[in-house]
Design a protein around this ligand. Structure first.
Ligand code: CA
Length: 263
């Protein structure tokens, strides 16, 4: 089923890329950690065939799925019903994905949003993250990749028991998913939060790109490593620059290091 779905996804989204090596997602760790409890997913996608395939695949994995085909319908559904994750296409009739995401955040709705963007469209990704999306996935994608992203998003919302991480006046509170610089609360996306948590947990030590990919992106291998630079840049712009600090160092050719004193 999974291989078949990948092939269909690829043809739907116009890819010539074959599906990945077949892995039965019923045996994947996602099912063990994420699939045990039912997860409610909202899919907002105007390509009917793609939406139907995602709907079917996620239902077969044991989840509850709602599908909407336009921006306004998606926004209404996400605002009136509680979902664990929203898979939000960027190009939608009525309201695009960015506007939907922004509207949700403005209403204080922090549901994890996975944005679907066109392949390689870097400005789209940056705009998506700026609009408050937690992650993005470029079309065409494999079903396994989607599952991996959803699993990671879900896991992030589940570390409510972890202890605070601190370096100087930089504080990260996993239970509330909050970042503070002194008395000031800093808004970060879910992915930024995870990277900062990793750097803080290993303050004073070099954290390599590979470690970040492995722990924050769940070992996805087809990710371009410069995506990490983008996240580091936005993190610096949030936790360092406005405060005249330099907590996050780049170790050329090696990785990153967070100053144990908070910079
Ligand atoms: Ca679309």
């Amino acid at each position: 089923m999974n291989g078949e779905l990948d092939t269909m996804l690829a043809s739907t989204t116009g890819s010539r890329r074959p599906g990945p090596a077949v892995m039965d997602y019923r045996q994947a760790t996602w099912v063990q950690s994420f699939g045990r409890s039912m997860v409610r997913v909202l899919i907002v996608e105007d390509e009917r065939r793609l939406a139907d395939l995602l709907d079917r695949g996620l239902r077969e994995a044991g989840h509850t799925v709602e599908v909407r085909h336009s921006g306004p319908d998606g926004l209404l559904a996400a605002s009136t019903d509680a979902f664990d994750t929203v898979v939000l296409d960027l190009m939608l009739p009525g309201l695009d994905g960015l506007a939907v995401c922004q509207a949700l955040r403005e209403r204080g709705n922090l549901v994890p949003v996975l944005m679907l963007t066109a392949r390689g469209a870097v400005p789209d990704r940056v705009a998506g993250l700026d609009a408050g999306a937690d992650d993005y996935l470029s079309k065409p994608f494999s079903f396994d990749e989607l599952l991996a992203r959803l699993r990671a998003l879900h896991r992030r919302t589940a570390d409510a028991t972890a202890a605070d991480l601190r370096a100087g006046d930089l504080l990260l509170d996993p239970a509330r998913r909050r970042v503070m610089r002194g008395e000031v609360e800093v808004e970060v996306s879910a992915r930024e939060f995870d990277i900062l948590a990793l750097l803080l947990a290993r303050a004073g030590q070099c954290v390599t790109r590979y470690q970040i990919l492995d722990e924050v992106w769940d070992g996805e291998t087809d990710l371009r490593s410069n995506v990490i630079d983008v996240y580091i840049a936005t993190l610096r712009a949030k936790v360092d620059k406005p405060f005249g600090r330099h907590a996050i160092e780049t170790l050329r050719g090696a990785g990153y290091r967070l100053q144990p004193d908070g910079g």
